[in-house]
Design a protein around this ligand. Structure first.
Ligand code: URA
Length: 434
């Protein structure tokens, strides 16, 4: 077998065989396939597609390019994946809530990508929190606490690691086939029995239109199920940030306010429904509504917060983090209100731009290897449909310097529209797939 033959087939619109895709994935992982060949593969896959069989074969081949974890636990091994958004800190609330409801949650998470935040970057705003655990420590924490949130080690889906970095710089991220194989190769390598997917749609999502979000959700559900993992997806709204905060430490604080029962709202409600779906799928609840109730109860009675606190301590963070999180989280030097320059309803948001504000403030990476500032971002963002008087706050910006805050305020004003009439606010949960 050789890369040129596989690439020629793909270029001519033929799907390579399962064996060929397996060979290619191995070559991605061990260097037998060059960067030029990987780039050509990605571009041909974007332009011609891999078809249903090819998509599944590539996913399995990339899963098997490294280690595939196996768990022998007395509870179901579950996880959630979101396609990425702004103010989306569901994982921080859901992982401990699922664990409190009887699941094991070995969550392998990512860093910020483009305008979206990453769970690992958020957790690393907690002093001492370690995301790079070795496998034996990861297993210990899953056994004793029930959940852990870690980065993928070098031997989890290494073919994806290499191909993803090449896609990132060759304009080949936006392919349903490649996104499916990329996301699921990592999730399946974690040895999951059940998975719920939160596929975002709207101005802050990678999949801007509802149609493309549905196509991605269908692809993910079909491939994951064919690979033996019980999976369902929700299409959810990303036309406004999920939590009213966007930024690493700010989102940890937002999650803690939900976990400690101070706040309910879209973050709480979506966590409950995604968790209910996961519990129902795993047989830990008779249906989604009962499962969502169990997740909400675990938050209301403090069990989810207690699990979160034990996870933080086990991963190197402060022992009394939950009780004292405001004291431990870093705070920005400059905090400024963004006042409305007219009265009106908050009627539309360019959420992609809001995410980029956080990145430019230093909360994400402009180039690979940038150090992330945990303290910066946006807070108290007024939700769609809110009426504000002239001069009332639309949000607060948290910055390192006054100049950065002023720039963020100007961009925020352009990204958020005010109108005289009340907008139709999209439903948070649009559709269930699977
Ligand atoms: N997240 C991934 O892990 N892979 C993609 O291709 C897109 C989003």
């Amino acid at each position: 077998m050789d890369a040129r033959t596989i690439l020629t087939k793909l270029r001519d619109g033929e799907t390579p065989t399962r064996d060929e895709l397996q060979w290619f994935a191995r070559g991605l992982a061990d260097g037998g396939v060059s960067a030029a060949q990987a780039g050509a593969f990605a571009m041909a896959a974007v332009l011609n597609g891999l078809g249903e069989e090819g998509r599944l074969a590539l996913t399995l081949a990339m899963r098997d390019s490294g280690r595939v974890l196996k768990w022998a636990l007395d509870r179901p091994v579950l996880d959630k994946h979101s396609t990425g958004g702004v103010g989306d800190c569901v994982s921080l609330v859901l992982a401990p809530a699922l664990a409190a409801c009887g699941a094991a949650v070995p969550m392998i998470s990512g860093r910020g990508l483009g305008h979206t935040g990453g769970t690992l970057d958020k957790l690393e705003s907690i002093p001492g929190f370690q995301t790079g655990l070795d496998e034996s420590r990861f297993r210990d924490i899953i056994g004793s606490v029930g959940c852990a949130i870690v980065s993928a080690s070098a031997d989890i889906a290494p073919a994806d690691k290499r191909l993803y970095a090449i896609r990132d710089v060759t304009g080949t991220v936006e392919s349903i086939d490649l996104i499916t194989a990329s996301i699921l190769s990592k999730k399946l390598a974690a040895g999951l029995e059940g998975l719920v997917l939160d596929v975002k749609s709207g101005s802050g999502a990678f999949m801007g239109t509802e149609e493309s979000a549905r196509a991605l959700a269908r692809s993910l559900v079909e491939v994951a199920r064919a690979a033996g993992c019980r999976t369902s997806a929700l299409i959810t709204d990303m036309n406004q940030p999920l939590a009213p905060e966007a930024g690493n430490a700010l989102e940890v604080a937002a999650s803690l306010r939900v976990l400690t029962g101070q706040v309910r709202g879209p973050l709480h409600d979506l966590t409950a429904v995604l968790g209910g779906l996961a519990l129902a799928e795993a047989g830990l609840a008779p249906d989604i509504e009962t499962g969502a109730g169990a997740i909400a109860d675990s938050i209301a009675d403090g069990r989810a917060a207690e699990v979160f606190g034990r996870m933080v301590a086990a991963q190197g963070g402060p022992v009394r983090f939950v009780e004292d999180y405001a004291r431990f989280l870093p705070e920005a030097n400059v905090i400024r209100e963004i006042a409305a320059d007219r009265a009106g309803y908050v009627s539309a948001m360019d959420v992609h731009e809001l995410g980029l504000i956080v990145v430019r403030l230093g909360g994400g990476r402009q180039v690979e290897g940038d150090k992330v500032n945990p303290s910066v971002g946006l807070s108290d963002i007024a939700p769609l449909g809110t009426w504000v008087e002239k001069g009332q706050p639309l949000a607060r910006v948290h910055a390192v310097r006054e100049t950065a805050a002023a720039e963020a305020i100007a961009t925020f004003r352009r990204a958020v529209s005010l109108s005289d009439t009340a907008p139709v606010v999209p439903d948070l949960i649009r559709k269930r797939i699977g």
